[in-house]
Design a protein around this ligand. Sequence first.
Ligand code: ADP
Ligand code: MG
Ligand code: ZN
Length: 474
Amino acid sequence: MEYEIVIGLEVHAELATQTKIFCNCTTQFGGDPNTHCCPVCLGFPGILPILNQKVVEYGVKAGLALNCTINPYSVMARKHYFYPDLPKAFQISQYDQPLCSGGYVEIGQGENRKQVRLNRIHIEEDAGKLVHEGFMTKMDANRCGVPLIEIVTEPDLRGAEEAKEFLETLRLTLLYMGVSDCRMEEGSMRCDVNISLRPLGQEEFGTRTEMKNLNSFRSVVRAIEYESARQKKLLEQGQEIVQETLHWDDATGMSSSMRSKEEANDYLYLPEPDILPVTVTEEEISAIKDTMPELPSVKKQKYAQAGLNEKEIDVLLANPVFNAFYEDVLAQNGNAKLCANWVLGGISRILNEKELDASAIPFRGSRLAALMQMEEKKEISHNMAERILNIMFDEDKEPQQIAKDHGFQMVNDDSQLRELCQKAMADNPNAVADYKAGKTKAISVLVGKVMAATKGMAPGAEVIKILTELLQQA
Ligand code: ADP
Ligand code: MG
Ligand code: ZN
């Protein structure tokens, strides 16, 4: 029998706030264990958490970018469970009244384009980290109280590829909104994968399992492939799928049972009595809208319409700083393809050579646009432009100035070019004779002489034109 894979994701993204969700401790990654903490995030008795308004703002921003309804009134709730990384023995999260409801993410191209519906986005605090060393387990509370959003999808994804594309799109969106740096390797974005199988054509969903805390796109794909194959095998043997929580082991490439699936009532969700309900007004929403940059999905469409290919678009979008530079060039020049050639060509090459990232480009896009204009106006050749670009990384000067200082001005004066051509012919009578005898290739000798005389600063096509004319007269 053919089965269809059904997937719903729960994605946790760490918010890029400076401080934690209920106290003023830093959210900075790393640090010596238990140094980024205070009585509030350690959950001492009698403490009073105060909700960081930036967390609400970032949550709303994410919601707007992901087409959600922003709820004017939402409620923080205590989710109770016992685990050593959770000092209070409850996590402050949101339950039946989340900050954002609904929404969607678009994935796929052309006919395969589809909307992956979101169920909700809520805000919550992170737990601490357990470090297992031999027979000992140590607890680091630095992450306790780091703000998260949890984005829950409807079971709309139909395989590993779709899940991956969804996560990539989501990641770029959050990254461009500045709400999360989405560094999977630092755990600032991670996801739980819910997966079930159903016979192709059947409407009703099958029983699902949930794999916890996958922290790379690659492991999400592997985990889905492994788990869907495992379920398929069981179903084909006529066995039932047990609804349970699984642990994915990236090293062995296998999932194993962690615990039977807990139900919501196991958590004894209760409204958090120490924090007022979260209210968001229309005015606040429109103020947040005003600060939102262009969405990567909008940029993507814009670039595609301008004729850029998928690969170019992916690279131009991968890093917001790099993208801002490109947009800066584009704002001055307007030719998307030409700007992409320069940014993905010259700029990327130099960054690679120097092992720098985009934030280290020492000039603004307008400076590159000025360089491009010099080439367009034929003041310099393309080769020269490339050489000037290299120098622009070392000298803080406008390209015109660099051209002047280094003697990179094109010889564009027609009578001067004519003189140089005539001199080349006078100095190389053999080449002239060869040309006249029908060996037209001999002209390249003469072109070479003119180029040498101008240190490459003569316009090649123009030189050939003049030489051809003069040779015909000779
Ligand atoms: P819970 O509250 O028990 O975690 P939810 O109904 O909130 O369950 O669903 C959690 C996630 O599981 C959601 O992303 C949802 O889309 C997904 N999901 C629910 N049912 C299925 C199913 N049968 N197969 C795959 N994913 C599912
Ligand atoms: Mg869940
Ligand atoms: Zn604290």
